[in-house]
Design a protein around this ligand. Sequence first.
Ligand code: DQA
Length: 148
Amino acid sequence: MAKVLLLNGPNLNLLGEREPDIYGLTRLQDIETSVRELLEGAGHACGSFQSNSEGLMIDWLQENRAADFLLINAGALTHTSIALRDALAALQLPFLEIHISNVYKRESFRHHSFLAALAIGSLVGLGIQGYDLAARFAIDFLKQRNAH
Ligand code: DQA
């Protein structure tokens, strides 16, 4: 059994009511439940956290450093946070970056990610389905890792 982390950053607590034309109507709690069910169904544990605070996100990552994989939607911190990038570099936790919206179709300040170069890959613009797809990838990744 492995442990997979799901971390959401600023304003993602408002999913379902925040700019629904961009982010849809599904609430974060439902996304977390869906990801958890997928992971638990594959025999893994899932820890999830959301914060509007960069520091609390970094603290949570450090506290959970023993995990095996991370799914992260850092929200706007993606485009601004060298501190979060450094935290991910320090932990050496394999991770996927998720964005509900296609950030490349939006304002140019959303086109750069401080996290992307450290990630295995990014799921961008797939709506909330990106979370489930990322969880499925994590399950496959962990299966392959355990086979070696
Ligand atoms: C987001 C994209 C970011 O640019 C934005 O700041 C968010 C959400 C997304 O999931 O599409 O808060 O990460």
